[in-house]
Design a protein around this ligand. Structure first.
Ligand code: FES
Length: 85
């Protein structure tokens, strides 16, 4: 896998909109999907410090996405894969 996507499923992120992020795999075309590993993660430890931004949080490789949306995650994954965003 070239890109690892960790979707926080901790309570804060889940309640702040993270639940629908778990459908992220549906946004990937089959070619892209084979290079992407998607995992649910316990609290990433980011939600208790305002400097990290607002939940929900998603990690794409080493990039932290605050206030994550499906489109933000997709753009970051595509950038990591060297695809046009
Ligand atoms: S619940 Fe997501 S970072 Fe804590």
């Amino acid at each position: 896998m070239r890109v690892k996507v960790s979707i926080c499923t901790g309570t804060t992120c889940y309640l702040m909109g993270g639940a629908h992020l778990l459908t992220f795999d549906e946004m990937l075309d089959p070619c892209t999907a084979q290079d992407v590993e998607i995992v649910g993660s316990h609290c990433l430890g980011l939600c208790n410090n305002e400097e990290n931004g607002r939940p929900p949080f998603v990690k794409v490789n080493d990039h932290i996405i605050a206030d994550a949306t499906l489109n933000k995650v997709l753009d970051t994954v595509r950038a990591e894969l060297g695809l046009e965003v």
